[in-house]
Design a protein around this ligand. Structure first.
Ligand code: IPM
Ligand code: SF4
Length: 470
Protein backbone atom coordinates (compact mmCIF):
# COMPACT_ATOMS: atom_id res chain seq x y z
CA UNK A 1 0.00 0.00 0.00
CA UNK A 2 1.23 3.47 -0.82
CA UNK A 3 2.51 5.29 2.26
CA UNK A 4 3.34 8.83 3.21
CA UNK A 5 6.78 9.77 4.51
CA UNK A 6 5.21 10.05 7.95
CA UNK A 7 3.80 6.52 7.79
CA UNK A 8 7.19 5.17 6.72
CA UNK A 9 8.89 6.85 9.68
CA UNK A 10 6.31 5.44 12.07
CA UNK A 11 6.48 1.95 10.54
CA UNK A 12 10.27 1.70 10.88
CA UNK A 13 10.04 2.67 14.56
CA UNK A 14 7.00 0.68 15.65
CA UNK A 15 7.93 -1.82 18.33
CA UNK A 16 4.33 -2.96 18.82
CA UNK A 17 0.90 -1.97 17.58
CA UNK A 18 -1.01 -1.38 20.81
CA UNK A 19 -4.45 -0.78 19.35
CA UNK A 20 -5.92 0.86 16.27
CA UNK A 21 -4.73 4.33 17.22
CA UNK A 22 -1.61 3.74 19.30
CA UNK A 23 1.80 2.21 18.78
CA UNK A 24 4.85 1.73 20.95
CA UNK A 25 7.38 3.90 19.13
CA UNK A 26 11.16 3.64 19.41
CA UNK A 27 13.13 6.87 19.85
CA UNK A 28 16.50 6.99 18.12
CA UNK A 29 17.32 10.11 20.08
CA UNK A 30 15.83 11.64 23.20
CA UNK A 31 16.80 15.20 24.01
CA UNK A 32 16.50 16.62 27.50
CA UNK A 33 16.54 20.07 29.00
CA UNK A 34 16.70 21.33 32.58
CA UNK A 35 13.09 22.42 32.56
CA UNK A 36 11.04 19.34 31.66
CA UNK A 37 13.34 16.60 32.98
CA UNK A 38 13.60 16.93 36.81
CA UNK A 39 10.34 15.13 37.67
CA UNK A 40 11.10 12.43 35.13
CA UNK A 41 14.45 11.67 36.72
CA UNK A 42 12.86 11.80 40.17
CA UNK A 43 10.30 9.23 38.97
CA UNK A 44 13.07 6.91 37.76
CA UNK A 45 14.88 7.27 41.10
CA UNK A 46 11.74 6.32 42.98
CA UNK A 47 11.48 3.11 40.98
CA UNK A 48 15.20 2.40 41.16
CA UNK A 49 15.51 2.63 37.36
CA UNK A 50 18.28 3.99 35.17
CA UNK A 51 18.15 5.36 31.61
CA UNK A 52 17.97 2.29 29.38
CA UNK A 53 20.22 3.51 26.54
CA UNK A 54 22.08 6.55 27.89
CA UNK A 55 24.00 7.11 24.64
CA UNK A 56 20.76 7.78 22.77
CA UNK A 57 19.94 10.66 25.09
CA UNK A 58 21.53 14.11 25.09
CA UNK A 59 20.86 16.99 27.47
CA UNK A 60 21.43 20.73 27.43
CA UNK A 61 20.72 23.69 29.67
CA UNK A 62 18.74 26.07 27.53
CA UNK A 63 15.75 27.82 29.06
CA UNK A 64 17.03 29.32 32.30
CA UNK A 65 20.65 30.05 31.49
CA UNK A 66 21.82 33.68 31.68
CA UNK A 67 23.04 35.19 28.41
CA UNK A 68 25.14 37.99 29.90
CA UNK A 69 28.89 37.97 29.11
CA UNK A 70 29.86 36.31 32.45
CA UNK A 71 32.24 33.50 31.32
CA UNK A 72 31.20 31.29 34.22
CA UNK A 73 27.52 31.76 33.40
CA UNK A 74 26.54 31.70 37.03
CA UNK A 75 22.78 31.38 37.54
CA UNK A 76 21.73 33.76 40.31
CA UNK A 77 18.13 32.70 40.64
CA UNK A 78 18.18 29.84 43.17
CA UNK A 79 15.37 27.76 41.63
CA UNK A 80 16.95 27.98 38.20
CA UNK A 81 20.41 27.20 39.58
CA UNK A 82 18.91 24.12 41.21
CA UNK A 83 17.39 23.01 37.90
CA UNK A 84 20.80 23.26 36.22
CA UNK A 85 22.64 21.45 39.01
CA UNK A 86 19.96 18.75 39.10
CA UNK A 87 20.36 18.19 35.39
CA UNK A 88 24.12 17.81 35.86
CA UNK A 89 23.65 15.37 38.72
CA UNK A 90 21.02 13.36 36.85
CA UNK A 91 23.09 13.19 33.67
CA UNK A 92 26.15 12.04 35.66
CA UNK A 93 24.08 9.40 37.43
CA UNK A 94 22.51 8.11 34.22
CA UNK A 95 25.64 8.58 32.06
CA UNK A 96 23.80 10.93 29.69
CA UNK A 97 25.95 13.36 27.69
CA UNK A 98 25.30 16.96 28.73
CA UNK A 99 26.01 20.38 27.24
CA UNK A 100 26.39 22.03 30.62
CA UNK A 101 26.20 25.74 31.46
CA UNK A 102 29.94 26.31 31.00
CA UNK A 103 30.26 24.23 27.82
CA UNK A 104 31.40 26.38 24.90
CA UNK A 105 28.96 24.51 22.62
CA UNK A 106 25.91 24.76 24.91
CA UNK A 107 22.77 26.15 23.35
CA UNK A 108 19.10 25.62 22.60
CA UNK A 109 18.42 21.89 22.04
CA UNK A 110 16.89 22.42 18.60
CA UNK A 111 19.90 24.38 17.41
CA UNK A 112 22.66 22.19 18.81
CA UNK A 113 21.27 18.75 17.92
CA UNK A 114 21.33 19.23 14.12
CA UNK A 115 24.57 21.16 14.09
CA UNK A 116 26.43 18.27 15.72
CA UNK A 117 25.09 15.71 13.26
CA UNK A 118 22.80 14.15 15.85
CA UNK A 119 19.78 14.44 13.55
CA UNK A 120 19.76 12.29 10.45
CA UNK A 121 17.00 11.54 7.95
CA UNK A 122 14.72 8.70 9.00
CA UNK A 123 15.18 9.17 12.74
CA UNK A 124 12.54 9.54 15.42
CA UNK A 125 13.58 12.30 17.82
CA UNK A 126 11.66 13.02 20.98
CA UNK A 127 12.08 15.81 23.53
CA UNK A 128 10.11 17.36 26.36
CA UNK A 129 9.73 20.49 24.25
CA UNK A 130 7.12 21.36 21.68
CA UNK A 131 9.52 22.74 19.06
CA UNK A 132 11.06 19.31 18.49
CA UNK A 133 9.11 19.44 15.21
CA UNK A 134 12.18 21.35 13.90
CA UNK A 135 13.94 18.11 12.89
CA UNK A 136 11.41 17.35 10.20
CA UNK A 137 13.56 19.68 8.09
CA UNK A 138 15.99 16.77 7.72
CA UNK A 139 13.33 14.12 7.20
CA UNK A 140 13.35 13.06 10.86
CA UNK A 141 10.12 12.75 12.81
CA UNK A 142 10.48 15.07 15.80
CA UNK A 143 7.83 15.91 18.36
CA UNK A 144 7.43 17.17 21.90
CA UNK A 145 6.21 15.23 24.94
CA UNK A 146 5.25 15.92 28.55
CA UNK A 147 7.35 15.18 31.61
CA UNK A 148 5.69 11.82 32.48
CA UNK A 149 6.43 10.68 28.96
CA UNK A 150 10.03 11.85 29.39
CA UNK A 151 10.27 9.38 32.25
CA UNK A 152 8.90 6.59 30.03
CA UNK A 153 11.34 7.36 27.24
CA UNK A 154 14.28 7.41 29.65
CA UNK A 155 13.28 4.05 31.10
CA UNK A 156 12.42 2.27 27.85
CA UNK A 157 13.67 4.41 24.93
CA UNK A 158 10.10 4.05 23.65
CA UNK A 159 6.84 5.94 23.91
CA UNK A 160 3.16 5.10 23.70
CA UNK A 161 2.38 7.14 20.61
CA UNK A 162 -1.01 8.11 19.26
CA UNK A 163 -0.95 8.09 15.48
CA UNK A 164 -1.49 11.38 13.67
CA UNK A 165 -3.33 12.10 10.46
CA UNK A 166 -1.50 13.16 7.29
CA UNK A 167 -1.60 16.70 5.93
CA UNK A 168 0.30 17.97 2.94
CA UNK A 169 1.10 21.65 2.48
CA UNK A 170 2.37 22.35 -0.98
CA UNK A 171 4.03 25.64 -1.81
CA UNK A 172 5.15 26.30 -5.36
CA UNK A 173 6.94 29.23 -6.91
CA UNK A 174 9.62 31.61 -5.73
CA UNK A 175 9.55 33.52 -2.47
CA UNK A 176 9.58 37.25 -3.32
CA UNK A 177 12.63 39.35 -2.43
CA UNK A 178 12.65 40.44 1.18
CA UNK A 179 10.70 37.39 2.36
CA UNK A 180 11.90 34.27 4.14
CA UNK A 181 10.73 30.94 5.51
CA UNK A 182 9.54 32.83 8.60
CA UNK A 183 7.19 34.96 6.50
CA UNK A 184 6.01 31.86 4.68
CA UNK A 185 5.20 30.01 7.88
CA UNK A 186 3.49 33.03 9.43
CA UNK A 187 1.37 33.31 6.30
CA UNK A 188 0.48 29.61 6.40
CA UNK A 189 -0.46 29.78 10.09
CA UNK A 190 -2.50 32.94 9.55
CA UNK A 191 -4.44 31.14 6.80
CA UNK A 192 -5.02 27.73 8.40
CA UNK A 193 -5.17 28.94 12.01
CA UNK A 194 -3.33 28.11 15.23
CA UNK A 195 -5.28 24.84 15.43
CA UNK A 196 -5.40 24.28 11.68
CA UNK A 197 -3.04 21.31 11.73
CA UNK A 198 -4.12 19.90 15.09
CA UNK A 199 -3.90 16.11 15.08
CA UNK A 200 -1.84 16.09 11.88
CA UNK A 201 1.74 15.62 10.87
CA UNK A 202 2.34 18.06 8.05
CA UNK A 203 4.55 17.28 5.08
CA UNK A 204 5.77 20.42 3.30
CA UNK A 205 6.52 20.03 -0.38
CA UNK A 206 6.66 21.98 -3.63
CA UNK A 207 9.23 24.00 -5.52
CA UNK A 208 9.32 26.80 -2.93
CA UNK A 209 10.18 24.29 -0.20
CA UNK A 210 12.82 22.60 -2.38
CA UNK A 211 14.49 25.98 -2.82
CA UNK A 212 14.78 26.66 0.91
CA UNK A 213 18.14 26.27 2.62
CA UNK A 214 18.26 23.63 5.34
CA UNK A 215 18.33 26.34 8.01
CA UNK A 216 15.23 27.95 6.51
CA UNK A 217 13.56 24.53 6.59
CA UNK A 218 14.31 24.37 10.31
CA UNK A 219 12.45 27.65 10.75
CA UNK A 220 9.46 26.29 8.84
CA UNK A 221 9.24 22.95 10.64
CA UNK A 222 9.93 24.59 14.00
CA UNK A 223 6.77 26.64 13.66
CA UNK A 224 4.59 23.82 12.32
CA UNK A 225 3.65 23.28 15.95
CA UNK A 226 2.22 26.83 16.05
CA UNK A 227 -0.44 25.59 13.66
CA UNK A 228 -1.08 22.79 16.13
CA UNK A 229 0.82 20.16 14.10
CA UNK A 230 2.27 17.10 15.80
CA UNK A 231 5.15 17.12 13.37
CA UNK A 232 6.41 18.91 10.29
CA UNK A 233 8.32 17.00 7.64
CA UNK A 234 10.27 17.69 4.47
CA UNK A 235 11.51 14.76 2.39
CA UNK A 236 15.31 14.83 2.49
CA UNK A 237 16.91 15.98 -0.77
CA UNK A 238 20.51 16.64 -1.77
CA UNK A 239 20.65 19.80 0.35
CA UNK A 240 19.59 17.84 3.43
CA UNK A 241 22.00 15.00 2.65
CA UNK A 242 24.90 17.44 2.22
CA UNK A 243 24.01 19.17 5.47
CA UNK A 244 24.03 15.88 7.37
CA UNK A 245 27.13 14.42 5.71
CA UNK A 246 29.13 17.55 6.54
CA UNK A 247 28.24 17.02 10.18
CA UNK A 248 28.66 13.23 10.26
CA UNK A 249 32.24 12.67 9.13
CA UNK A 250 32.17 9.07 10.35
CA UNK A 251 29.34 8.20 7.94
CA UNK A 252 30.75 10.31 5.10
CA UNK A 253 34.20 8.69 5.38
CA UNK A 254 33.03 5.07 5.55
CA UNK A 255 32.02 3.90 2.05
CA UNK A 256 29.79 1.05 3.24
CA UNK A 257 27.94 3.24 5.74
CA UNK A 258 27.63 6.08 3.27
CA UNK A 259 26.11 3.88 0.57
CA UNK A 260 23.70 2.28 3.02
CA UNK A 261 22.69 5.66 4.47
CA UNK A 262 22.09 7.22 1.06
CA UNK A 263 19.96 4.27 -0.03
CA UNK A 264 17.85 4.54 3.14
CA UNK A 265 17.46 8.29 2.87
CA UNK A 266 16.46 8.16 -0.78
CA UNK A 267 13.46 6.03 0.14
CA UNK A 268 12.29 8.67 2.60
CA UNK A 269 9.56 10.28 0.55
CA UNK A 270 5.85 9.85 0.23
CA UNK A 271 4.85 7.38 -2.45
CA UNK A 272 3.35 8.97 -5.58
CA UNK A 273 -0.16 7.76 -4.81
CA UNK A 274 0.00 8.04 -1.02
CA UNK A 275 -3.21 9.46 0.43
CA UNK A 276 -3.24 12.59 2.58
CA UNK A 277 -6.23 13.33 4.79
CA UNK A 278 -5.94 17.04 4.02
CA UNK A 279 -4.15 18.94 1.27
CA UNK A 280 -3.40 22.66 1.27
CA UNK A 281 -1.81 24.56 -1.57
CA UNK A 282 -0.18 28.00 -1.32
CA UNK A 283 1.62 30.19 -3.83
CA UNK A 284 5.04 31.46 -2.79
CA UNK A 285 4.31 34.63 -4.75
CA UNK A 286 1.64 35.55 -2.15
CA UNK A 287 4.21 35.72 0.65
CA UNK A 288 5.11 39.19 1.93
CA UNK A 289 6.93 40.16 5.12
CA UNK A 290 4.47 39.01 7.80
CA UNK A 291 4.10 40.45 11.31
CA UNK A 292 1.79 39.39 14.12
CA UNK A 293 -0.59 41.92 15.65
CA UNK A 294 -2.16 39.81 18.42
CA UNK A 295 -1.37 37.18 21.01
CA UNK A 296 -1.48 34.06 18.88
CA UNK A 297 0.89 33.25 16.00
CA UNK A 298 -2.03 33.05 13.58
CA UNK A 299 -2.91 36.69 14.22
CA UNK A 300 -0.50 37.83 11.52
CA UNK A 301 -0.78 40.12 8.50
CA UNK A 302 1.46 41.20 5.64
CA UNK A 303 3.30 44.41 6.49
CA UNK A 304 1.26 46.28 3.87
CA UNK A 305 -2.01 44.97 5.34
CA UNK A 306 -4.38 46.12 8.06
CA UNK A 307 -5.61 44.39 11.19
CA UNK A 308 -8.68 42.54 9.99
CA UNK A 309 -12.21 42.57 11.34
CA UNK A 310 -12.94 39.18 12.87
CA UNK A 311 -15.99 37.04 12.22
CA UNK A 312 -18.68 38.98 14.14
CA UNK A 313 -20.95 35.91 14.25
CA UNK A 314 -18.35 33.80 16.03
CA UNK A 315 -18.51 34.81 19.71
CA UNK A 316 -15.38 32.96 20.77
CA UNK A 317 -13.32 34.46 17.97
CA UNK A 318 -14.75 37.91 18.64
CA UNK A 319 -13.85 37.71 22.29
CA UNK A 320 -10.32 36.43 21.69
CA UNK A 321 -9.67 39.07 19.02
CA UNK A 322 -10.93 41.86 21.27
CA UNK A 323 -8.85 40.60 24.13
CA UNK A 324 -5.74 40.31 21.93
CA UNK A 325 -6.19 43.85 20.63
CA UNK A 326 -6.72 45.22 24.14
CA UNK A 327 -3.51 43.50 25.17
CA UNK A 328 -1.42 44.72 22.24
CA UNK A 329 -2.98 48.19 22.33
CA UNK A 330 -4.04 48.08 18.69
CA UNK A 331 -7.28 48.38 16.75
CA UNK A 332 -9.03 46.81 13.79
CA UNK A 333 -8.05 48.58 10.57
CA UNK A 334 -4.66 49.73 11.83
CA UNK A 335 -1.48 49.09 9.88
CA UNK A 336 1.56 47.77 11.74
CA UNK A 337 3.97 49.73 9.57
CA UNK A 338 5.42 52.64 11.51
CA UNK A 339 4.43 51.31 14.93
CA UNK A 340 7.23 52.18 17.31
CA UNK A 341 9.08 49.44 19.21
CA UNK A 342 11.30 49.85 22.24
CA UNK A 343 12.93 46.45 22.06
CA UNK A 344 14.21 44.09 19.40
CA UNK A 345 15.01 40.46 20.11
CA UNK A 346 16.88 38.33 17.58
CA UNK A 347 17.39 34.70 18.50
CA UNK A 348 15.52 31.48 19.52
CA UNK A 349 15.30 28.01 18.01
CA UNK A 350 13.26 29.54 15.18
CA UNK A 351 15.72 32.21 14.05
CA UNK A 352 18.92 32.02 16.08
CA UNK A 353 21.11 30.37 13.45
CA UNK A 354 24.01 31.73 11.41
CA UNK A 355 21.94 32.48 8.29
CA UNK A 356 19.55 34.51 10.44
CA UNK A 357 22.42 36.59 11.79
CA UNK A 358 23.81 37.06 8.28
CA UNK A 359 20.40 38.36 7.22
CA UNK A 360 20.47 40.86 10.08
CA UNK A 361 23.87 42.19 9.02
CA UNK A 362 22.82 42.40 5.38
CA UNK A 363 19.76 44.43 6.38
CA UNK A 364 21.36 46.94 8.71
CA UNK A 365 24.32 47.77 6.44
CA UNK A 366 26.06 50.76 8.01
CA UNK A 367 23.07 51.83 10.11
CA UNK A 368 22.97 51.97 13.90
CA UNK A 369 20.31 50.83 16.35
CA UNK A 370 17.81 53.70 16.61
CA UNK A 371 17.96 55.98 19.65
CA UNK A 372 15.79 54.71 22.49
CA UNK A 373 15.72 51.13 21.17
CA UNK A 374 17.32 48.24 22.99
CA UNK A 375 18.29 45.50 20.57
CA UNK A 376 19.60 42.15 21.66
CA UNK A 377 21.05 39.29 19.62
CA UNK A 378 21.18 35.90 21.32
CA UNK A 379 22.74 33.19 19.15
CA UNK A 380 21.07 29.79 19.32
CA UNK A 381 24.23 27.96 20.31
CA UNK A 382 27.88 28.33 21.20
CA UNK A 383 28.82 27.15 17.72
CA UNK A 384 26.63 29.83 16.09
CA UNK A 385 28.16 32.41 18.39
CA UNK A 386 31.71 31.40 17.50
CA UNK A 387 30.96 31.31 13.80
CA UNK A 388 29.39 34.77 13.95
CA UNK A 389 32.49 36.04 15.72
CA UNK A 390 34.75 34.48 13.08
CA UNK A 391 32.72 35.97 10.24
CA UNK A 392 32.88 39.44 11.78
CA UNK A 393 29.11 39.49 12.33
CA UNK A 394 29.43 39.95 16.08
CA UNK A 395 31.80 42.91 15.70
CA UNK A 396 29.41 44.58 13.25
CA UNK A 397 26.44 44.03 15.52
CA UNK A 398 28.27 45.46 18.50
CA UNK A 399 29.46 48.45 16.46
CA UNK A 400 25.86 49.06 15.38
CA UNK A 401 24.71 49.12 19.00
CA UNK A 402 23.26 45.61 19.43
CA UNK A 403 23.89 43.66 22.61
CA UNK A 404 25.79 40.49 21.69
CA UNK A 405 24.83 37.74 24.12
CA UNK A 406 25.70 34.18 25.08
CA UNK A 407 23.42 31.41 23.73
CA UNK A 408 20.13 30.28 25.24
CA UNK A 409 16.35 30.63 24.98
CA UNK A 410 16.55 34.02 26.68
CA UNK A 411 13.80 36.47 25.84
CA UNK A 412 11.93 33.92 23.73
CA UNK A 413 10.12 33.04 26.93
CA UNK A 414 11.88 35.11 29.62
CA UNK A 415 12.73 32.31 32.03
CA UNK A 416 16.13 33.88 32.77
CA UNK A 417 16.89 37.54 33.51
CA UNK A 418 16.11 38.65 29.95
CA UNK A 419 12.63 39.89 30.74
CA UNK A 420 10.76 42.77 29.12
CA UNK A 421 9.12 45.40 31.29
CA UNK A 422 5.33 45.59 31.20
CA UNK A 423 4.01 47.53 28.23
CA UNK A 424 7.22 47.20 26.22
CA UNK A 425 6.63 46.53 22.54
CA UNK A 426 9.13 44.13 21.02
CA UNK A 427 9.99 43.13 17.46
CA UNK A 428 10.96 39.52 17.90
CA UNK A 429 12.22 36.66 15.72
CA UNK A 430 10.73 34.08 18.08
CA UNK A 431 7.74 31.79 17.56
CA UNK A 432 5.16 32.68 20.21
CA UNK A 433 3.50 35.98 20.98
CA UNK A 434 1.34 34.78 23.87
CA UNK A 435 0.32 37.22 26.61
CA UNK A 436 3.28 37.80 28.92
CA UNK A 437 5.56 35.50 26.94
CA UNK A 438 8.53 37.90 27.04
CA UNK A 439 7.67 39.31 30.46
CA UNK A 440 4.40 40.20 32.17
CA UNK A 441 2.54 42.80 30.11
CA UNK A 442 5.12 42.73 27.31
CA UNK A 443 3.90 42.95 23.71
CA UNK A 444 5.48 40.69 21.09
CA UNK A 445 5.39 41.13 17.33
CA UNK A 446 6.72 38.04 15.55
CA UNK A 447 8.64 38.60 12.32
CA UNK A 448 11.69 37.52 10.32
CA UNK A 449 15.27 38.42 11.30
CA UNK A 450 15.50 40.90 8.41
CA UNK A 451 12.28 42.60 9.56
CA UNK A 452 13.49 42.67 13.17
CA UNK A 453 16.77 44.19 12.00
CA UNK A 454 14.85 46.85 10.06
CA UNK A 455 12.84 47.61 13.22
CA UNK A 456 16.06 47.91 15.23
CA UNK A 457 17.58 50.56 12.99
CA UNK A 458 14.41 52.55 12.40
CA UNK A 459 12.75 52.17 15.81
CA UNK A 460 9.50 51.25 14.10
CA UNK A 461 8.00 48.21 12.42
CA UNK A 462 9.27 48.74 8.89
CA UNK A 463 8.81 47.03 5.56
CA UNK A 464 12.33 45.69 4.97
CA UNK A 465 11.72 45.90 1.22
CA UNK A 466 11.55 49.69 1.50
CA UNK A 467 14.83 49.98 3.39
CA UNK A 468 17.55 51.17 1.05
CA UNK A 469 20.49 48.74 0.80
CA UNK A 470 23.67 50.34 2.15
C1 IPM B 1 9.55 25.16 28.34
C2 IPM B 1 9.07 24.25 27.27
C3 IPM B 1 8.25 23.16 27.86
C4 IPM B 1 8.37 25.01 26.18
C5 IPM B 1 7.92 24.14 25.01
O1 IPM B 1 7.56 22.99 25.15
O2 IPM B 1 7.89 24.60 23.91
C6 IPM B 1 9.22 26.13 25.65
O3 IPM B 1 10.37 25.71 25.01
C7 IPM B 1 8.41 27.03 24.78
O4 IPM B 1 8.88 27.38 23.71
O5 IPM B 1 7.31 27.41 25.19
S1 SF4 C 1 14.04 29.15 22.04
FE1 SF4 C 1 11.96 29.54 22.69
S2 SF4 C 1 10.71 28.17 21.51
FE2 SF4 C 1 12.80 27.43 21.37
S3 SF4 C 1 12.96 25.92 22.97
FE3 SF4 C 1 13.65 27.87 23.81
S4 SF4 C 1 11.84 28.75 24.74
FE4 SF4 C 1 11.12 27.11 23.41
Amino acid sequence: MARTLYQKLVDTHTVAQLDRDNVLLFADLHLLNEYTSPQAFAGLDERGLRALIPGQNVATVSHIIPTTPDPLRIIRDTDSALQASNLKRNCDLHHIPLFDTNDALQGIEHVIAPEHGMIRPGMVVICGDSHTTTYGALGALGFGIGTTEVEHVLATQTLVYRLAKNMRIRVDGKLPNGTTAKDLVLMIISRIGAQGARGFVVEFSGTAIDALSVEARFTLCNMAVEAGARGGLIAPDQAAVDYVMQRCPDIAANPAWRVAALADWQALRSDEDAAFDVDHVFAAADVAPFVTWGTSPDQAIPISGHIPECDQENDAEKESTERALRYTGLQVGMSLEGLSVKHVFIGSCTNGRIEDLRAVIATIGDRKVAAGVRAMVVPGSGAVRMQAEQEGIAAKLIAAGFEWRKPGCSMCLAMNDDVLASGTRCASTTNRNFEGRQGRGSITHLMSPAMAAAAAVTGTITDVRKLEIR
